[in-house]
Design a protein around this ligand. Sequence first.
Ligand SMILES: [Zn+2]
Length: 469
Amino acid sequence: MSARISIRFLGGAGTVTGSKFLLAAGRETLLVDCGLFQGQKELRLLNWQPFPLRESEIDHVAITHGHIDHCGYLPRLVKNGYRGAIWATSATCDLMKILLPDSAHLQAEQAEDANRKGFSKHKPALPLYDLNDAKETLRHLRTVKYRQPQRLGKAFTATWHPAGHILGSSVLAVGVERPGDKPLKLLFSGDLGRYNAPILVDPEDELTRADYVLVESTYGDRLHEPFEQSVERFAGIVRGSAERGGVLLIPAFAIGRTQTLLYLLRELEEQKRIPSLPIYVDSPMAAAASEQYRRHSEDYDEETLEVKREGGTPMLPRNVRFCSTREESKALNKVHSRAIIISASGMMTGGRILHHAIHRLPKPENTILFCGFQAAGTRGRRILDGEDEVKIHGALVPIRAHREMLDGFSAHADASEIMRWLANLKTPPKQTFIVHGEPESSSALADRVSRELGFASRIPKMGEEIELS
Ligand SMILES: [Zn+2]
């Protein structure tokens, strides 16, 4: 009798964060992604729930990409006894070396904050993990190359394929051994990127067969503005800001979005569609991530490789400076006109962007440009919604700057791009599990998958375990 094969949805089910999928073949287990729950308090509390089996009993961990909602729980897993290898692409490992220690700092800050304000039930409130746990986790990392199958124990073979979402991001194909039968094949989409976006290769279209698919549905009910249209509007916004003699302030995620913006600014400059302006990237994490984007050319698409082959620097516009120290950041207050400042965080929930906002938002010649989703309740959302003033560091800041929004630079596939990727499967999988989405987007995608592709689809519940055959 062959071993029972099952999958358990421990996160990224009914929500976009906390991705964790536990695959079991008999007694051998593989955890695909190990993400932190983020966002509202009810979600963050899930990070404190005990794992359904002892961490020391998990045999293998495979990570699709370096975003914290896919790998940020790893230090907790290691703290609680996981001793095996953590497999990921080389670029993902390098991004985790930046992100996991940073996440440990944030955990420490949150615990300190809870202690100061006394709003935790636990006295003293402890961080989920600390810097030592993050460092210990990095010792477990093992790198893989795209498209090279990696044997994991007796039961599993995993192969990473480009997903085009962020540097190192992957779709994971997992084969599960079955005595006397072909291996059972599962596809984990991870987060799918865009087709024809700059820098990275497109999501791989060569994956044509799977018994089961887990597909993300972040934008399962929406379409993005076409990329070229966003680029055209971006160029117009840069020109407008320069003509007014103002400063263009862009809150941007440090990993992925910042590098896309730098690539586009370099290209638009070369095409003379925008003037060459001083550009300041004010985020230590964006600087560190940009360094990895420069190093890992194995992830580049043909156009980016071409720029590099011709001796160019794909993500360095002519006049760019990375600010690392606080002093360099503060010195930017002396820049009065015709410049671009890119800073984090992308939704203005914290980080250096805040002191720039205090300085720039009150002046009508300036522009604030959002180029990513702004969640409800964040400062970014309130500014976009047209509020006259916004509270930053306890003071009310009047907003007289121009406000702009571009949604075409998202790192996530939209509904039609997810459908395009799924349509590569030549025979319908036995089941398509719709994961990593808010309930409305997941059910919209599930409908389309059944209606347009004729695939069986199912939205698994958090904690649910499903037998596979
Ligand atoms: Zn992601």
